[in-house]
Structure formats: structure tokens, C-alpha cells
Design a protein around this ligand. Structure first.
Ligand code: IPE
Ligand code: IPE
Ligand code: MG
Length: 231
């Protein structure tokens, strides 16, 4: 495949609606959605994607019913129990953005263990955004910059970028959102400044490798000008 986006970010939306369509509880949609994460991570890695950032839980998602939040907090354990082996085989390294501290202790342990076990992998970075909110991220970055006493005249765009949770990770090339919603929902506001965006009506549990690869083709045909003029 030519011109594969280096950093792909996905707002994995529509698990609840998918489950409702099957007459099942919302949590079943999340379970099926976690299988999609596995399939899409492998497909992205096979295609040569270097960074795949998946929005799994936002700072706003805490207001959902308690049972749903608690199911979602237990899902990383299920996911890594089933799929860590495959991630290792594909040399995929797991990372996290978001505030780990507010997650249940057990969830933190599971995540830390996946991060540690895959730390030596040199293939695609699979970055989970968990308890992540972009405004919160930016506020924390500003706070850190102030705490470090960096003088105002020395603050550049790089200063801000390097204090974000995505420090060291390049900007997003392609943003995908499933389920027909056309909004960012507080995801990577800074990092998406020049991303190409593709929205699909497909609900996340129905999203396939074929659709992903079609999007990569679409991406390859987009003209990214970054403010300049076409050559
Ligand atoms: C996305 O699916 C997963 C999370 C936000 C955790 P939703 O749970 O938002 O599904 P819908 O949007 O209600 O269908
Ligand atoms: C965004 O989806 C967050 C995740 C996919 C984790 P939501 O379903 O929470 O977004 P809104 O509420 O429709 O904007
Ligand atoms: Mg949703």
C-alpha cells in the first residue's frame, strides 16, 4: 500500500447503538467493539501504520450509568487477556494517554502490565486514550509549563507540544470517526490541526479491515497543502 498514514487516530463510536440494534445491552456492544480494536490494530500494523491512537474512554464518559462505566473499566483486562499474545507477535507496543490515576486500581495494574510487557516492541505504537480529554490535557500542559518556570518569551508551539500527553508522538495524519457523528468530542484538539478526517456511518463493532484500507486509499488521494499551494 502506498502513502499509508503514519499516525491514525480513531474515535471508536457506536457500540451502544450497535448493541441496541441486536436487542442486547450496551455492554455487549463494548465487548464486540474490543474485538474490532484487535482486528483493526493488526490490520493497521500490517499496512505499515506507525501510530494508532484509539479513543476508548473520555473524561466526559464518567457520567454514564455506573454499570456501564464499571464494565468499560474491566474491559482492558479482557482485551489483553485475549489479545496480548497477538500484539506481541506483531511487535506492537502499547501506550496510554489520559489520566491513569482516576482509573480503578485493578485497571491501572492491567494497563501498566501491558505497557511493560510490550515496552521492548519496536513495531506500531497502539495508544489508548483512556480517561482522556483534550482540554484537560492542554490545561495540564499549561500548568506544567508554569510550574517549570519557563519564561513567557521562551514559550513556543514546541514547548506546548512537548508538555502534552502525546510528547514524542507526531501529529495525527488521519482521523476516523465511526457511527455517523461528525464531531471531535474533546479528542486531540491540538494534534489534529492538519489531520485529514473521514467520517463513516458504520458502527464501530461493524468496522472492518476492508473499510480501513479503503480509507487509506482515500487518504492517499487527498491533497494536503498545509497552507501552501499545490506543486
Ligand atoms: C463508543 O461507543 C465507546 C465509548 C464511548 C466508550 P458508545 O458507547 O458511545 O456508543 P453509542 O454512541 O452510544 O452508540
Ligand atoms: C467519544 O464518544 C468518546 C469515545 C469514543 C471514547 P462519545 O459517544 O462519548 O461522544 P459524544 O458524547 O457522542 O460526543
Ligand atoms: Mg457514542
Amino acid at each position: 500500500m502506498e502513502h499509508v498514514p503514519s499516525h491514525v487516530a480513531i474515535i471508536m463510536d457506536g457500540n451502544g447503538r450497535w448493541a441496541k440494534k441486536q436487542g442486547k445491552p450496551r455492554t455487549y456492544g463494548h465487548y464486540k467493539g474490543s474485538e474490532t480494536i484487535h482486528d483493526i490494530a493488526i490490520a493497521a500494523s500490517d499496512a505499515g501504520v506507525k501510530y494508532l491512537t484509539c479513543y476508548a474512554f473520555s473524561t466526559e464518559n464518567w457520567i454514564r450509568p455506573k454499570e456501564e462505566v464499571s464494565y468499560l473499566m474491566g474491559l482492558p483486562a479482557v482485551f489483553f487477556e485475549r489479545f496480548l499474545k497477538d500484539l506481541m507477535e506483531k511487535n506492537i507496543r502499547v501506550s496510554l494517554i489520559g489520566e491513569m490515576g482516576r482509573l480503578p486500581r485493578d485497571t491501572q495494574k492491567v494497563l501498566q502490565s501491558a505497557i511493560d510487557k510490550t515496552a521492548g516492541n519496536t513495531g506500531m505504537r497502539l495508544i489508548f486514550a483512556l480517561n482522556y480529554g483534550s482540554r484537560r490535557e492542554i490545561a495540564l500542559a499549561v500548568k506544567k509549563i508554569a510550574e517549570e518556570g519557563i519564561p513567557a518569551e521562551e514559550i513556543t508551539e514546541d514547548t506546548i507540544a512537548s508538555h502534552l500527553m502525546t510528547d514524542g508522538i507526531p501529529d495525527v495524519d488521519l482521523l476516523i470517526r465511526t457511527s455517523g457523528e461528525v464531531r471531535l468530542s474533546n479528542f486531540l484538539l491540538w494534534q489534529l490541526a492538519y489531520a485529514e478526517m473521514i467520517f463513516t456511518d458504520t458502527l464501530w463493532p461493524d468496522f472492518t479491515k476492508e473499510e480501513l484500507y479503503n480509507m487509506f486509499e482515500k487518504f492517499a488521494n487527498r491533497h494536503r497543502r498545509f497552507g501552501g499551494v499545490e506543486k
